[in-house]
Design a protein around this ligand. Structure first.
Ligand SMILES: [Zn+2]
Length: 121
């Protein structure tokens, strides 16, 4: 069973794309299982929204599911500005790979190095 990440319609495994949204379907069981059992860890923080979008695209192209938490949205008005942060989270087993990919983007000049890696002990 596969499902559409956009509208949550379910499809047979032989179908590749959602006929309504034209987006790639994802395997149903795998995603549900990952969400239930995996811990998500923060890997990178920046206040550059555009860079975060680039990072998310790259991770998803490499089949790494990620969550972006935009603290601009939840901050008190007085905190908006340099204190605002956007954090990206990936499943724990993807942490090393995700950091490698982000590091490569920085090394190649694709994104700036204004963000920071987050190391959790
Ligand atoms: Zn759909």
């Amino acid at each position: 069973m596969r499902y559409c990440p956009q509208c949550s319609s379910e499809y047979e495994n032989t179908i590749q794309k959602c006929s309504d949204c034209n987006v790639d379907l994802v395997p149903y069981n795998k995603v549900e299982k990952d969400r239930d059992t995996e811990n998500y860890v923060e890997v990178y923080v920046t206040n550059q929204k555009m860079e975060m979008d680039l990072i998310r695209d790259l991770l998803e192209k490499n089949n790494i599911h990620c969550t972006v938490r935009d603290l601009h949205m939840s901050s008190l008005p007085m905190n908006i500005g340099e204190m605002a942060e956007i954090r990206i989270e990936v499943a724990q087993h993807d942490e090393g790979k995700a950091k490698e990919l982000i590091q490569e983007m920085i090394s190649s000049g694709f994104i700036s190095d204004t963000g920071e890696f987050i190391d959790e002990d």
